[in-house]
Design a protein around this ligand. Structure first.
Ligand code: NCD
Length: 318
């Protein structure tokens, strides 16, 4: 796997949370927390990235992740370029590496990449110049590291600590990069009771998610949970024939207020969005008092600011 850390332990690339040292994760969360402001106040502004350029290179759809990376870079004083995939040369057959070399040649320092293909981020990171950082904004079903960090920050804000928590990750675990990054970050932070809840067809392979308990019923998986993390069914990563029937899925795995009663009374509900209301989650739960879903979005900008600042700072004085 591509080396994400510099020789001195500083963060150079962020492609996966798998294997990232706990002190580095905690430092990123602490740093991100300093960028969180109550809504209505001016967002934080810094010049930590003044004179630097960040490129967003998204070949899969994105709303929150793209907007929050762009705002994060701008709030740190960077120049930002957004590559529209439909307009870029990739559709003419130019490889991702050629696109990346082009961006490198015009002084882009950080490339934020979302791609449906496994391994693209690692390949690119292995080829860019030493001063360039690659940040994953989502890699196939494999990893979504800044989502994992923002999920951890959200849980920490609500629960204060990790070492006494039961966290249930519910839904299409098999195809979810959000679930994998959540698993990596919560394992690193010492969550003692991590559960995955899914119908058999959407469970990951047995060798994945080691240390998690597996539940095929929602009531069993949610029992006394502190955090309930719902996932979207990844239709785009499934054959049409494998798609679960929406009504049947909601009846068995949809989070309703009644179902949530199995969790602890102070349990929070999370979802990375986009949400399929009425399929994996009922609207009154998504918008209800226990929902931390909008906090996740707010925290996304703060986490991305922390990661951008960290990779630029790790370059030293260059
Ligand atoms: C997720 C993604 O793209 O992986 N969205 C996001 O970044 N918040 C989740 C999803 O698409 O289901």
């Amino acid at each position: 796997m591509t080396q994400q850390l510099r020789a001195d332990g500083g963060l150079r690339h962020l492609i996966t949370l798998d294997g990232l040292p706990r002190p580095l994760i905690e430092r990123l969360l602490d740093h991100a927390q300093r960028y969180v402001r109550p809504l209505g106040e001016k967002p934080p502004a810094s010049q930590a990235l003044a004179g630097r350029t960040v490129a967003n290179l998204f070949t899969e759809p994105s709303t929150r992740t793209r907007v929050s990376f762009e705002l994060a870079a701008k709030r740190l004083g960077a120049d930002v370029v957004n590559l529209e995939v439909q307009l870029s040369s990739r559709v003419k057959g130019e490889s991702m590496l050629d696109t990346v070399y082009t961006l490198q040649s015009v002084h882009v320092d950080v490339m934020v990449i979302r791609d449906a293909e496994t391994g693209v981020h690692g390949t690119v990171a292995a080829h860019v110049a030493p001063h360039v950082s690659i940040l994953s904004a989502g890699e196939s079903h494999v990893a979504h590291p800044t989502q994992g960090l923002l999920d951890a920050l959200t849980v920490r804000q609500h629960k204060g600590r990790f070492d006494n928590l039961a966290i249930a990750i519910v839904g299409d675990i098999r195809h979810s990069r959000v679930a994998r990054s959540a698993y990596h970050v919560f394992s690193a932070l010492g969550v003692p009771d991590l559960r995955i809840v899914a119908p058999r067809a959407l469970m990951p392979e047995p060798e994945e998610f080691g240390g998690c308990t597996r539940h095929t019923t929602l009531d069993g998986g949610l029992k006394d949970a502190d955090v309930v993390m719902m996932l979207r069914i990844q239709k785009e990563r499934m054959a049409q024939a494998d798609l679960p029937d929406a009504d049947g899925y909601f009846a068995n795995y949809g989070l309703t207020a009644q179902r949530l009663a199995a969790a602890r009374p102070d349990a929070i509900v999370m979802h990375p969005q986009p949400m399929n209301r009425g399929i994996e989650i009922a609207s009154d739960v998504a918008d209800g008092p226990r929902s931390a879903i909008r906090d996740q979005v707010r925290n996304g900008v703060a986490v991305r600011m922390a990661v951008l600042a960290e990779v630029i700072a790790s370059r030293g004085a260059s």
